[in-house]
Design a protein around this ligand. Sequence first.
Ligand SMILES: [Zn+2]
Length: 336
Amino acid sequence: MRLIGHKKQIKYFEKLIKEDAFLNAYIFSGLEGVGKLEALKYILLKYVCEKKEGCGECTRCKRLKKLSIPDINFILPDRISENLNKMYEEGEWSFENLRTDKFSRELVIGIKTVRRIEEEIKFKPLELERKFYIFLDADLLNREAQNALLKILEEPPDFVSFFLITPFPDSLHLTITSRCIQIPFFSLNFEEFKKYFGKRKSLYFLYRFSGGSIGRAKKIIDENLIEEYGNFLKEIARNENEEYFPFKKFEKSEIKNKIFLFGFFLEELTKIKLDKKEIFRDHPYVAEIEFLSSRIDPYTLDFLYEKYYKILEGFKRNIPAYFLGYLFDSLRFGLP
Ligand SMILES: [Zn+2]
């Protein structure tokens, strides 16, 4: 398995594997798509591998790839895990296809799931030295479930390790995060990013737009978000804010992209004000962004940031998209 970047994090776990010195709980945090789960897959392969290399060829490696080692458990939102058999049959549930941003943020990991884990961890691992429980979107744990998880983390058996993967570690109670080792994952640098995507048009722009996250960059390509960003800039530049900010109810999936695009827009304006010329490299919409920057003064930018952070906070706390839409609308008043 090939992994790009995150060398320090991997080195840390390679040492743990060698010494079998895993602790009870880890939080993997960092931008969506940056490689948290990919790194964990890489670590798990090394751990289970009969040669401790993650060769991908030995029986254990192959079984992990089929997700059929009973001591390694991936925890999904409740409604999804009920349909796991179907997903498994359709090939959607496989080691390669595991992703963290696959599930709508309206789903939850509830108390039943955590209670089930509580029962299971009373029993020793079946074939490995330890049992792993991996929460693919730990921020979906609801309040009750977090309280139950806290109880487990207060006195876990030695042979259990939890991995909580999330781009929003703040959504977890401090009482939980304080019992975990937090492993932060940072954006890739441009050289690493280039290794993955090779030559393509506006590559540097894609790098900045995705925040150096391969997963996010793939999504940007799949969902044509560069074009959507262009449309957004053009509409605002033409003073057609109503097009982009219709007074209507948003779907959660829709608002997620809008928040992302708007956040990037603010970042660009800030960089222009700071005279960071690198933003014009490869930029497909230079004229629009320069024009808009000249029309938005620092005070207005401040207003936009304040509103933006409120919306982002609401999104992290799973406030219904409906209400976020109202907040989002208020942004139009700060635009030219
Ligand atoms: Zn192997």
